[in-house]
Write a protein that binds this ligand. Structure first.
Ligand SMILES: [Zn+2]
Length: 123
């Protein structure tokens, strides 16, 4: 069982909590999610898990999940430069060979924005 299924469950639970705390009860039309390449999350698996699980809810039933991927970028302090490691293959700095010691982006996993079905954008 891919962990995207559990992750989607957690995502839907936090959206439900958020939705319950709002003053209006319209359904949600779109959820924008930021997913870093270094989280190991497969956007396609996340999308298909969401498409199935949203049917069990009323407020998300018509919602679309839009995923924005953030690239995996590391920073070498020795060379003072950013570089993109090859996930699973090479994490060291391509210039000096130093081990990766700083990650600039790629670990994000968060809801960027939620849009209501009535065109009112929030978040
Ligand atoms: Zn370097």
């Amino acid at each position: 069982m891919p962990h995207e299924v559990d992750m989607t469950r957690a995502l839907i639970l936090s959206l439900r909590d958020w939705h319950a705390g709002q003053s209006k009860s319209h359904p949600i039309r779109r959820v924008l999610l930021l997913v870093g390449q270094f989280t190991g999350v497969e956007p396609d698996l996340l999308r298909s898990a969401f498409a199935r699980q949203k049917l069990d809810t009323a407020f998300l039933r018509e919602a679309e999940l839009v995923i924005r991927e953030s690239p995996f970028v590391a920073h070498c302090r020795g060379c003072n430069q950013d570089y993109q490691p090859d996930i699973g293959l090479r994490y060291a700095c391509p210039t000096c060979g130093a081990a990766m010691d700083e990650i600039r982006s790629g670990r994000e996993l968060k809801i960027e924005r939620v849009e209501w079905a009535d065109d009112d954008v929030t978040g």
